[in-house]
Design a protein around this ligand. Structure first.
Ligand SMILES: [Zn+2]
Length: 348
């Protein structure tokens, strides 16, 4: 919308409109990023007569089939001059344009870019006389593109002349085939199967939707155990333990699936700073819903394990990456203490 000459902006006619600060702020917010005024690349420019007519026509009912008719009439009456009418393209430009068209056509893109071959629009090769040599070259290029998968079969065969006898042969064979009850049954079955598969897919997606809507099932799905790849920080801890000759288990099947478990009861978690909501690396006020849920879940797991007599050690990603020595020291302290307790128990 543009303020036209002679049209006062809204509010002006009513004796001036005073905008409250609130409204001004809202207006400015709405305009942000919309390239208004000299921000706009069209600022200070004018539409040509032709495009003005086109715009006006296109506004009057969207898909107006009369537009081209009206334009044609205007062109023929000399009231409208096409922007490129009378312009002479240099040989160089013509050559370049033709090359581009040829390339696009061979790649099967020409149609996509320019829409269908419309009436009055001539394909790049219309009226062109090809020498035998260039015809052979073209056919070879098409073949190559077809083999490389750049040309779809339908485009490859498009326009290829098939002898009448060949077409007749294909037609007859298909009729013969269809007479064969086995072939017919197979084809019908294949079609039915395909339709059934589609139906099943639809049904499945419906049932899965219903499943997710059920809070109990959703909870179960959310907590299902998914086998996962060890993260880099987990691998780092594993390597350090291996160096010390300490045996461990990965992702032991107990509450919370500790990343590392050391007999008899040490559970070690390597928490990624982002996903587990590290307040040292990230702003706690900007945590997402997912992070908040994870924090609560971690607390729940820690508490649950401790209540069952496990020792829980949680390390942040930044601790493992920046100070692996302190991390290992804490693990070792625990390990020795627990090992001594186990020995004592065995003696008693
Ligand atoms: Zn951190």
């Amino acid at each position: 919308m543009v303020f036209k000459k002679g049209h006062p902006p809204y509010g002006f006619a009513k004796g001036g409109l005073k905008l409250s600060e609130e409204v001004k702020r809202k207006l400015s917010k709405a305009r942000k990023g919309k390239h208004i005024g000299n921000e706009n690349s069209f600022f200070g420019k004018h539409h040509s007569k032709e495009s003005k007519i086109k715009m006006s026509l296109s506004k009057k009912g969207k898909s107006n089939p009369n537009i081209s008719k009206v334009l044609k009439r205007l062109y023929s009456e000399g009231k409208l001059i096409s922007h490129n009418k009378g312009k002479h393209l240099s040989e160089e430009t013509k050559k370049r344009m033709s090359e581009t068209k040829r390339k696009l056509f061979l790649e099967g893109k020409y149609k996509k870019h320019s829409g269908q071959f419309k009436k009055g629009q001539s394909p790049w090769n219309k009226g062109k006389q090809f020498s035998k040599e260039s015809k052979r070259k073209l056919s070879e290029t098409r073949k190559r593109l077809f083999v490389e998968g750049k040309l779809s079969p339908s485009r490859y065969w498009l326009g290829k002349k098939q002898s009448f006898s060949h077409i007749e042969k294909v037609r007859k064979t298909s009729i013969e085939h269809w007479k064969n009850p086995e072939f017919r049954a197979k084809t019908i079955k294949n079609t039915k199967d395909a339709l059934n598969r589609l139906e099943t897919r639809k049904k499945l997606s419906k049932s899965s939707k219903a499943m997710w809507q059920n809070p109990i099932i959703r909870e179960k799905l959310l907590h299902r155990i998914i086998p996962f790849k060890d993260t880099s920080i987990e691998v780092k801890l594993q390597q350090e333990l291996t160096k010390l000759g300490i045996k461990y288990e990965k992702h032991k099947f107990i509450l919370g699936q500790p990343d590392i478990f050391i007999e008899p009861n040490i559970c070690i978690f390597a928490d990624g700073c982002y996903w587990h909501g590290c307040e040292r690396c990230f702003d706690r006020n900007k945590f997402t819903e997912k992070q908040r849920v994870q924090i609560v879940r971690d607390q729940f797991v820690t508490q649950g394990l401790q209540n069952s007599g496990y020792i829980v050690l949680r390390f942040w990603e930044h601790e493992i990456n920046n100070d692996i020595e302190s991390v290992m020291k804490r693990i070792l302290e625990c390990y020795k203490k627990e090992a001594i307790i186990v020995v004592k128990e065995k003696i008693q």
